[in-house]
Design a protein around this ligand. Structure first.
Ligand code: PCA
Length: 214
């Protein structure tokens, strides 16, 4: 099995992006799973175009995109990407869309095809805080998740599974932020490794609770 995993470059005034820092530290091989790592820019269209090129080049069985979710305390496994972009801040090339569609000919939303509940369960078993998240926001992460699932759908790549994982800040990012949650980088990396193993183990997701009230 081949897993293509991406992490973003820093954005929003941060010096590093924990997503890429953690992805970078992953081994090239996890059991018999080959891991191919690619950095993508925090830029709306460019991130997706670079991902599409990587998918064409690598021919993966699974694609996992990883992004920073500053303010969240756990590793969140995203359920859904939506066909909208609405930037609170401009991307790294100064582009700030407001309420525009990502793809005119795409569905309103696409669901992750990763075993999201099983991943959460496996992470918790390792004492790593984790949950299913029902929104990847409306910025570049949602753009990339939506675009990934759109691309797999439009290209008829039915056997390729894909989805998105958000990770918290790491300690060095919160030194001057008040009451901001963080997770050690080594724990985030271990979490991604566990998530990859779970994707290898569960071809179909587990039917277990993991929903939320408002
Ligand atoms: N997080 C941002 C974009 C890049 C990243 O790592 C987001 O959540 O949209």
């Amino acid at each position: 099995m081949k897993v293509l995993i991406t992490g973003f470059d820093p954005f929003g005034g941060e010096k590093i992006n924990p997503a890429w820092e953690a992805v970078k530290k992953l081994p090239e091989k996890i059991d018999d799973i080959e891991v191919i790592k690619v950095q993508v820019p925090t830029v709306f269209k460019k991130s997706a175009n670079e991902l599409f090129a990587a998918i064409d080049r690598v021919n993966p069985d699974v694609v996992i995109c990883v992004g920073q979710a500053g303010g969240r305390f756990d590793i969140s496994i995203e359920r859904v990407g939506i066909n909208i972009e609405d930037g609170r801040i401009p991307d790294n090339e100064g582009y700030q869309p407001i309420d525009t569609k990502i793809f005119e000919d795409g569905e309103n939303a696409y669901f992750s095809t990763l075993p999201i509940k099983a991943i959460v369960e496996e992470l918790k078993k390792e004492n790593i805080p984790a949950s299913v998240s029902n929104t990847a926001g409306t910025y570049v992460c949602n753009h990339l998740m939506y675009s990934l699932l759109y691309y797999l759908d439009k290209k008829g790549l039915k056997n390729v599974r894909g989805g998105f994982i958000h990770v918290p800040f790491i300690p060095e990012q919160v030194i001057d932020k008040k009451n901001m949650p963080y997770m050690e980088l080594s724990r985030i990396t271990a979490g991604l490794e566990t998530a990859i193993k779970a994707v290898g183990k569960y071809k179909v997701d587990k039917v277990i609770t993991g929903g939320k009230e408002c």
